[in-house]
Design a protein. Structure first.
Length: 254
C-alpha cells in the first residue's frame, strides 16, 4: 500500500546476489571491449583500427546493469545492489585498464582518472536505480549517492593535487597542501550535512585518495613506469585528513 519494497527473501544472499554479479560480469565482458583504448590495431601490422567503446554496446550494457540493479534493489538491498552489481563492474573496468598499457601520447599518466570517472558513474547510477526500485530515493541519496560522489571528488582532486605537490620546489608542496585542505574541508561539510561523523568522513576522504594513489602506483610493477612521488602522496593524504577533520574542529570553536 505504501509503495515500499517487499522484504528480502531468504535466497537473496545465496542465489540472487551471486547470480547478479555473474550476469553483470558477463554483460561487461560481452558488450564492452576488454581493451579500453581507441586506435589500437586489430592485429599486428593491420591498418584497421578499433574504435574503443561503441555507443550501442555501452547503452546495452547500461540497460542490462540497470535491470540487475533494479531486481536486487527491489528486494530491499540497495547497498548490495551498489556493491555487488556496480562494484563488480567497477573492478572489471579497473582490471581492463591495468592489463593494457596506455599509448605514450602525453596523456598516458592520466589513465587512472578515466577509470575513476567510469567507476563513479557506474556506482552512482546503480545507487539511483536501486534507490528508486527500493522506494526510498531520498535516503539512498544521503546514504549512498553523496558518499560515492564525495569519494570520487576526493580521489580526482587528490590525483591532481599530488601532481602539483610532486614539483621539485617546496612551494609546490605548500600550495598543494593548502588546496587539499580546502578541498577536503568542503567535502567534509557535504558529508557532515548528510549525518556523517568525523571518523567516517576522514576515513572516506583519505581512503579515496589512498585508493587512487594505489591505482596510480600500479603502473610501476606492471609497465616499469617511474614510481610516483611518495612524499607528494603522503602530503596530499595528510592534508585531506586534516581538511575533513577541520569541519568538526571549526564547529566546536563556533
Amino acid at each position: 500500500m505504501n509503495g515500499a519494497a517487499p522484504s528480502a527473501p531468504r535466497f537473496l544472499p545465496t542465489v540472487l546476489l551471486p547470480g547478479a554479479a555473474v550476469l553483470a560480469a558477463a554483460a561487461q565482458l560481452l558488450l564492452l571491449p576488454w581493451d579500453p583504448r581507441s586506435n589500437v590495431p586489430v592485429s599486428p601490422g593491420s591498418d584497421t583500427l578499433t574504435t574503443g567503446y561503441t555507443w550501442w554496446g555501452t547503452a546495452l550494457f547500461a540497460v542490462v546493469l540497470g535491470a540487475l540493479v533494479w531486481v536486487v534493489g527491489r528486494w530491499g538491498r540497495t547497498g548490495a545492489a551498489v556493491l555487488v552489481v556496480g562494484g563488480v563492474s567497477a573492478v572489471l573496468l579497473l582490471v581492463s585498464f591495468l592489463t593494457h598499457e596506455p599509448d605514450p601520447d602525453g596523456f598516458a599518466g592520466l589513465w587512472p582518472t578515466s577509470w575513476l570517472c567510469g567507476a563513479v558513474l557506474i556506482l552512482a547510477g546503480a545507487a539511483l536505480v536501486a534507490g528508486a526500485a527500493h522506494g526510498d530515493l531520498p535516503r539512498t541519496v544521503r546514504s549512498f549517492l553523496v558518499p560515492i560522489l564525495v569519494a570520487g571528488a576526493a580521489a580526482l582532486s587528490g590525483f591532481v593535487l599530488e601532481a602539483v605537490a610532486s614539483g621539485e620546489a617546496w612551494l609546490a608542496r605548500v600550495v598543494s597542501a593548502v588546496l587539499a585542505l580546502a578541498a577536503a574541508h568542503g567535502l567534509g561539510w557535504a558529508l557532515r550535512a548528510n549525518g556523517w561523523d568525523i571518523r567516517r568522513s576522514v576515513a572516506l576522504t583519505c581512503g579515496a585518495v589512498a585508493l587512487i594513489a594505489a591505482v596510480d602506483s600500479a603502473s610501476v610493477p606492471l609497465w616499469g613506469w617511474p614510481a610516483p612521488d611518495t612524499a607528494a602522496w603522503l602530503v596530499t593524504i595528510t592534508a585531506y585528513a586534516a581538511g575533513a577533520a577541520s569541519v568538526w574542529a571549526w564547529r566546536r570553536r563556533a
